[in-house]
Write a protein of this length. Structure first.
Length: 395
């Protein structure tokens, strides 16, 4: 039965893309090959590994990959692409795995007391680690590429400028950045648009790094970085931005987060939400929730827009930067592989393989799957002074 299941899976992958050249090597040495010269080979080292994958879907695959119980010869991204084409990551979990994941999700979801630990799990691994695959600014969100020759560092600067233009930042205005990372948006806005701002974060690692970067830029009188839960912060600003934070809030707290966005924005003010999203609802990915982003939830565009409408936030513009995030993650994955010796010097092999799978799986999900990157521009109440075209963004 187990062999038959994998024969069917291999056949589905071949039918999804006959030119891909996929081969599956089973635990007993039998090779299920499709195409004269396979470009991607998945090797299962044991029957237990095979059972784990069939019972656990992508969670089982990810855990087996981390443990070294399977190997991938060729480009991991292409194997993941084939998996997405046959909806392998949507395979239903066996009942025991469902119960374990349900308990895990309830434990992780972003309640106030749990949120700092969830954030620390991913973001507090040390600046020296993130520097191995991010650009010099340590910007950890989707970049904005102007062309094929655009570097990652330039694309991240482009992203900040793209957001600043959408917000119509002007000298003397105040800007709140919720989930400010290493402070890149606020530093860019202060240096290039003359605004003053406040950034809040629940990552102690990013807090220290952002404050150091603000000090090096000589912007202590313009930019303040605080260790603060968004639910505990008070203040009113001309402009509000949140980049890559909404995905960590959790489904239960989406409307509360948007309500607080409204409260932080003065009447007539403009805000921008930069978030991973989807078109239709989906459960949290078990492997991502367990090993990468505990407590996260990818909101749908409909959920986001509805929550804004309930709070008198008017949606002004929505842009999907899906392919920009795919390319960003591919750049990160390339940098990660180029610095693999340094990663191994800091972490054990399961971690090394976990982060490789994370970067490649996310890149594949944006390029070939159902992940999107939405920038939602909004205002508090109707305003009529905004440009009526996007021309100002591309001058």
């Amino acid at each position: 039965m187990l062999k038959e299941a994998f024969k069917e899976l291999a056949g589905q992958m071949h039918r999804a893309d006959p030119g891909a050249g996929f081969a599956l090597e089973l635990w007993d040495g039998q090779v299920l090959a499709h195409g004269a010269e396979p470009k991607v080979v998945l090797r299962l080292k044991s029957r237990d590994c095979a059972k784990q994958i069939m019972a656990g879907g992508f969670l089982g695959f990810g855990e087996a990959y981390m443990a070294g119980d399977l190997e991938v010869e060729g480009e991991l991204s292409q194997l993941l692409r084939l998996g997405l084409l046959v909806d392998f990551d949507r395979r239903d979990l066996a009942l025991p795995q469902k119960l374990k994941f349900a308990a895990l999700y309830l434990w992780h979801r972003g309640a106030r007391g749990r949120a700092p630990r969830n954030i620390a799990h991913h973001y507090d691994l040390g600046d020296d680690f993130y520097a191995l695959y991010l650009d010099e600014s340590l910007t950890y969100s989707c970049a904005y590429f102007h062309g094929e020759g655009c570097s990652l560092a330039q694309a991240q600067s482009n992203k900040y400028d793209h957001i600043a233009k959408k917000l119509l930042l002007k000298p003397g205005e105040s800007l709140l950045d919720i989930g400010c990372g290493w402070g890149g948006m606020l530093i860019h806005a202060a240096q290039n648009y003359g605004v003053s701002g406040v950034g809040i974060t629940l990552s102690k690692n990013q807090l220290e790094g952002a404050r150091e970067r603000v000090a090096r830029a000589g912007l202590q009188d313009k930019v303040q970085i605080l260790y603060r839960d968004y639910r505990d912060f008070q203040g009113v600003f001309d402009k509000v931005v949140s980049i890559g934070m909404f995905e960590h809030v959790g489904q239960k707290y989406l409307k509360d987060f948007v309500k607080r966005l409204q409260g932080y924005l003065r009447p007539g003010g403009v805000g921008l939400l930069h978030t991973i999203g989807k078109e239709k609802p989906a459960k949290a990915d078990p492997w991502i929730d367990k090993y990468i982003f505990p407590g996260g939830y990818i909101p749908t565009l409909a959920e986001t827009v509805e929550a804004m409408g309930l709070e008198d936030l008017c949606v002004l513009d929505v842009e999907n930067l899906r392919l920009h995030y795919a390319r960003t993650l591919e750049c990160w994955a390339e940098n990660y592989e180029a610095n693999l010796d340094q990663v191994r010097a800091r972490f054990d092999e399961p971690f090394v393989r976990r982060w490789r799978l994370f970067l490649n799986a996310c890149a594949a999900a944006f390029r070939w799957g159902d992940l999107r990157l939405f920038q939602v521009l909004f205002s508090r109440g109707n305003i009529n002074r905004l440009p009526i075209t996007r021309e100002h963004l591309y001058r």
